[in-house]
Design a protein around this ligand. Structure first.
Ligand SMILES: Nc1ncnc2c1ncn2[C@@H]1O[C@H](COP(=O)(O)OP(=O)(O)OP(=O)(O)O)[C@@H](O)[C@H]1O
Ligand SMILES: Nc1ncnc2c1ncn2[C@@H]1O[C@H](COP(=O)(O)OP(=O)(O)OP(=O)(O)O)[C@@H](O)[C@H]1O
Ligand SMILES: [Mg+2]
Ligand SMILES: [Mg+2]
Lengths: 228, 228
């Protein structure tokens, strides 16, 4: 599904260059559940944002489903991003002026799903993350962890083949975290979704099949998880 | 330092009432380090926001340093908030158009500290959280964990007597988390700061002296920590 070869990303800040990625080569296969770990500033979000076509590498190549993503037009890249990839951002990125339910429905708008089906799928997912009773509330009326769960529901609603989740459980208590990760695990096992999950929590990383460790913009370890 | 009696907070949302706090009575003494824990939506941030004079209870009373906070004028409450309390918010709340250094300096502006001293104290704290080399970068140029550490530095810069930290390590790797918490522990032990820290992480909660568990808007447990 994902094939990167020598991805590099440099940020130029005045006289300084920050080498966020330094030649990352990685293959992720369909239906895999990969945990991405590493210290703060080691390049995890930068890498995953490139996988999600939200950003472009400075150098290197990236193929998604066998297609070189850099050869797509910006419009085609936006279509890929909106219809085939689900995101859970580190900062949630919910639309503040729309309700929880409407936030979850949003990806289905881009996929031109009919209104009735949009509503049914979004409602079912809000129930799955334990927030059916808060569907008509705005993000400002929800706790941090509740907002995070809305973001997770939104990432799943258009049944993407690739889910990119950046610290999806950072604001959740252990029990809710495990419930959410079990949802992701089930989606990977039973529906063949490919999941790339950034997490600092060892307990959460154990649910994955494979752990990739970043350090200073490079991959330092790539190992299977013994049991989950 | 903190004395609450039967604090309640209700949010009215159309026909629904959310009882975020249901009669919270708690005393926190000077130089104490208290970890506040509990499930998502259990009322932790609501409670801590009231302690920080960022919000008002629906019912109940709150005394800070022996003074009933509800008898203060809004201006006096703002002075208390800006000069005596340091915050680390769940969503960081950094000013996007100011640099890391200027974000950390901000509380010293309100306290009318001279420019040279502001700069010296902010610079020292950025070094303490490992970000001296990023002082002139904007929040958008920093990773999630880096932004969180800026927020922590800002909370500490005016040497507040009360620090309220809402998930200050949610986006940090274990090693950086422990370094940050050890800074807070040292401030509590050596400089008498009172610390109230919301966290879902058991490993982090063990650094506190006392753990208060919230459930459905009430305190369900209040116990000392055996060792740290
Ligand atoms: N501004 C608001 N308007 C309406 N309801 C709110 C508001 N803020 C919080 N709530 C609700 O009050 C309850 C308690 O929220 P609070 O933010 O205190 O929870 P929390 O314990 O901090 O949760 P988390 O661990 O998810 O951050 C939740 O049900 C939440 O949705
Ligand atoms: N937009 C940007 N402009 C400039 N520098 C950036 C930008 N985004 C990230 N960086 C820098 O690139 C490096 C890698 O950042 P990245 O966000 O990938 O780290 P991370 O591993 O996700 O960290 P964290 O665990 O703190 O979220 C960091 O030094 C960061 O400051
Ligand atoms: Mg990140
Ligand atoms: Mg909260």
């Amino acid at each position: 599904v994902v094939r990167t070869r020598s991805l590099s990303k440099d940020y130029h800040l005045g006289d300084t260059v920050v080498h966020a990625l330094r030649g990352v080569t990685l293959d992720i296969h369909g239906a895999e559940f990969v945990a991405v770990m590493g210290a703060s500033g080691s390049g995890k979000s930068t890498f995953v944002n490139i996988l999600g076509c939200l950003d472009r590498p400075t150098r290197g190549s990236y193929e998604l489903d066998g297609q070189d993503v850099s050869e797509l037009t910006p419009n085609d890249r936006a279509v890929v991003r909106k219809t085939r990839i689900g995101f859970v951002f580190q900062g949630f990125n919910l639309l503040q002026r729309t309700t929880a339910l409407e936030n979850v429905e949003m990806p289905l708008h881009y996929a031109r799903v009919p209104a009735k089906e949009r509503r049914a799928r979004a409602t079912a997912l809000l129930a799955a993350v334990g927030l059916a009773d808060r569907a008509h509330h705005f993000p400002s009326q929800l706790s941090g962890g509740q907002q995070q769960r809305i973001a997770i529901a939104r990432a799943l609603v258009n049944k993407p083949t690739l889910i990119l989740a950046d610290e999806p459980t950072g604001n959740l208590d252990s029990r809710t975290s495990v419930e959410i990760i079990e949802i992701l695990q089930r989606l990977s096992d039973e529906e063949g979704m490919t999941i790339v999950l950034i997490t600092h929590e060892e307990d959460i990383a154990r649910f994955a099949q494979r752990q990739v460790l970043f350090r200073d913009g490079r991959i330092k370890a790539d190992r299977p998880v013994d049991r989950r």
